[in-house]
Design a protein around this ligand. Structure first.
Ligand code: GLN
Length: 187
């Protein structure tokens, strides 16, 4: 998706790779495993520092869990990076077979609804005062939030050819890189 949108993509597994990027997509998968591996590979602290410094990030599904300040239904000892002032419940829709698709209104992305695929996704149970709700299901459950340069969504837009979340993320990466660029003194 990012390559299709013209971005240069680096797969980040180690701090050396992370040091080369201007933004981070934390994809779907399994948040407890992402937590364990980022700790083992020494990525947890660099990612947390980058969040504090305003690096743009897009978290989808497990990625949203990683960006949440607080989680419920976590496994024992599971930690998140934090950054978005929300409480997120893991596996809130039940098991894998209870995966579903829905049409969502996301006013921040324009009038065209978003086709969203939920795969054992989380739900935002509480939106704190620092975070902004971007979308909710018809029953009111919040499934997309934003705080500063961090964007977190419960579903997988990349499966439905929905590009607007990724474009929003890339726009922030460009803006943030320009901002940081300006602070570097010229020779
Ligand atoms: N259930 C997974 C978790 O807890 C998330 C699933 C997904 O990313 N599609 O991390």
């Amino acid at each position: 998706m990012l390559e299709r949108l013209g971005a240069e993509v680096v797969r980040v597994r180690r701090p050396e790779e992370f040091a080369t990027v201007g933004g981070l997509v934390i994809p779907g998968g399994e948040s407890s495993v992402i937590d364990k591996l980022t700790r083992i590979f020494g990525l947890r602290e660099p990612i947390r520092d980058a969040i504090a410094e305003g690096m743009p990030m897009l978290g989808t599904c497990a990625g949203l869990i990683m960006l949440a300040d607080t989680i419920t239904d976590a496994i024992d000892g599971q930690q998140t990076f934090g950054g978005i002032d929300v409480v997120v419940r893991r596996n809130a829709f039940g098991r894998q077979v209870e995966s579903f698709e829905a049409s969502l209104d996301v006013p921040a992305l324009g009038p065209e609804p978003v086709r969203a695929t939920f795969i054992r996704g989380p739900v935002v149970e509480t939106v704190g005062s620092d975070a902004t709700e971007l979308a909710a299901l018809a029953d009111g459950r919040v499934v997309a939030v934003e705080q500063g340069n961090l964007l977190g969504i419960s579903f997988h837009p990349e499966l439905d050819g929905e590009t607007r979340f990724h474009r929003r993320f890339l726009k922030r990466v460009a803006e943030q890189s320009a901002l940081i660029g300006q602070r570097i003194p010229s020779r």
